[in-house]
Design a binder for this molecule. Structure first.
Ligand SMILES: [Zn+2]
Ligand SMILES: [Zn+2]
Ligand SMILES: [Zn+2]
Length: 255
């Protein structure tokens, strides 16, 4: 945190250097040389994150919700657009479409001066089961305080950020999840995020093979917290890469 000198912010452990929560999915068919990418959220640290990961040409993004930390990096994909020579494909709920239009007004203004080339986006719905390029995703409705947030399931992976409650109908969609990525803000309770104990209750009910906690605040030292977590549960860290058990990325079966 800017301005903070607490033991986590001052920690020499690179796993304590946390940028905002986001994940890049990638897949490729056996015939293809090229990876296909899908980004979940455009964090305000997006440029730094994509450069760190070798500047992949990602032109598809799906949103969980429109809070600043997950949303305000969209314009960083402008540079990618010049490389891939196509608009950025944005997937999200109706609320996301509304927020993209409200926040990035110049993209929709026919009179906007576009000398340097402005970002061009195409908006697509992200509801129920949907397709984004070569990715078949299932939305997972959760609550972030009172705000509805969309988590996503892709094969045996579930990604749920910014969550304080999982409604009953969403549990069915989590059956058989092998790799769970879940919000766990800190030890103390919080109004709009799971704390560690609540996140562990989700893990106990679901029983995934492995779980990675995300969106931690600077209350939690990586090494110290990890040592206290049960087997199969750990804190994620910036740059962590996970390989998923093989599945059809477009037409996978639930369960
Ligand atoms: Zn701090
Ligand atoms: Zn949020
Ligand atoms: Zn957040």
């Amino acid at each position: 945190m800017v301005g903070c000198a607490c033991p986590v912010c001052a920690s020499p452990d690179p796993r304590d250097k946390r940028t905002r929560a986001s994940v890049l999915l990638k897949t490729r068919s056996s015939e293809s040389e090229d990876w296909e990418y899908l980004l979940i959220d455009t964090s305000i640290d997006l440029r730094q994150q994509l450069l760190r990961e070798g500047a992949p040409p990602v032109f598809r993004v799906v949103y969980t919700h429109s809070h600043v930390d997950h949303f305000f990096g969209l314009d960083e994909l402008r540079a990618v657009q010049f490389v891939v020579k196509r608009p950025i494909e944005v997937f999200g709920s109706a609320e996301i479409h509304e927020r993209v239009r409200a926040v990035y007004t110049h993209l929709f203004d026919p009179n906007a001066q576009s000398g340097g080339g402005i970002l061009s986006v195409r908006l697509h719905p992200a509801e129920g089961r949907f397709t984004a390029g070569g990715f078949g995703l299932q939305t997972l409705q959760v609550l972030h305080g009172k705000l509805p947030v969309q988590g996503y399931r892709w094969g045996s992976l579930a990604y749920i950020t910014d969550c304080s409650a999982i409604p009953e109908q969403t549990w069915k969609l989590l059956a058989g999840v092998d790799t769970l990525v879940l919000d766990a803000l800190r030890k103390r309770p919080h109004e709009t995020h799971f704390n560690i104990d609540q996140a562990l209750e989700v893990v106990a009910r679901l029983g995934p093979r492995r779980t990675y906690f995300i969106h931690m605040t600077h209350d939690l030292l990586h090494a110290e917290t990890n040592a206290e977590l049960p087997e199969g549960v750990e804190l994620a860290y910036d740059g962590l890469e996970l390989e998923l058990p093989s599945f059809d990325p477009l037409n996978w079966e639930m369960g």
